[in-house]
Design a protein around this ligand. Structure first.
Ligand code: ZN
Length: 208
């Protein structure tokens, strides 16, 4: 499978497009902005976007969804059920932390999902791993030896826990769970910053 990375927005969020070369199905992880670059990448791979998966409810991972939905009303957007409240309060959250961005639309999520949701790209199942702590309901998505970790794990770091819904002890146990569960060779695609691996984080992540 192929991953294309897009860095968008003032917080330099990573949005990832994962393409299955066999089925030509694709999934977009997080949507900070929706630009032509994403469409170009889909065209380049001759792929169809099957759905968008949101790792957690922070605005910098969801602000592009309104435009995305306007252009692609038929493509479903899935987000974790535990962050439903946070997503529905995106306008208040942005007001409090940024202000002056003008009217923010509530991200148009098609369906809120839990870890039992059965999602596939081609024949590849996407495992939804609960990883609460950075937010109340954030998740990571695991497929094809790749972990799309949102703001749970970064290269030699972890997500902040001082925002509403954050909980350091919970985040620590979420990170431990992931490190214990997944194999060394799994590549971690975080919501910000550089790629890493389970092996590297097992050996270097200060939270452990
Ligand atoms: Zn976040």
């Amino acid at each position: 499978m192929i991953v294309d990375t897009f860095v968008f927005g003032m917080l330099e969020n990573n949005n990832y497009l994962l393409v299955d070369e066999i089925s030509k199905e694709a999934v977009l992880f997080d949507c900070t902005q929706y630009t032509d670059e994403i469409e170009k990448s889909l065209n380049k791979h001759n792929a169809n976007l099957k759905f968008v998966l949101i790792t957690h409810g922070h605005f910098d991972h969801t602000l592009g969804l309104a435009k995305f939905h306007e252009k692609n009303p038929e493509i479903p957007i899935y987000a974790p059920i535990g962050d439903k409240e946070l997503i529905n309060e995106t306008d208040a959250f942005v007001d409090r932390f940024l202000g002056g961005l003008g009217k923010i639309e509530i991200p148009p999520v098609t369906k809120y999902i839990d870890s039992n949701e059965e999602l596939f790209i081609g024949n590849n199942k996407i495992e939804i791993i609960n990883s609460f702590g950075h937010t109340k309901g954030g998740v990571c998505y695991f497929i094809d030896d790749k972990l799309f970790s949102g703001d749970t794990i970064f290269l030699e770091s972890v997500g902040r826990t001082d925002l509403p819904g954050g909980n350091f002890e919970q985040l620590k146990s979420s990170v431990k769970n992931i490190i214990n569960k997944l194999a060394d060779n799994v590549v971690i695609y975080p919501g910000h910053g550089d790629l890493t691996t389970i092996k590297h984080e097992r050996e270097n992540n200060p939270i452990l």
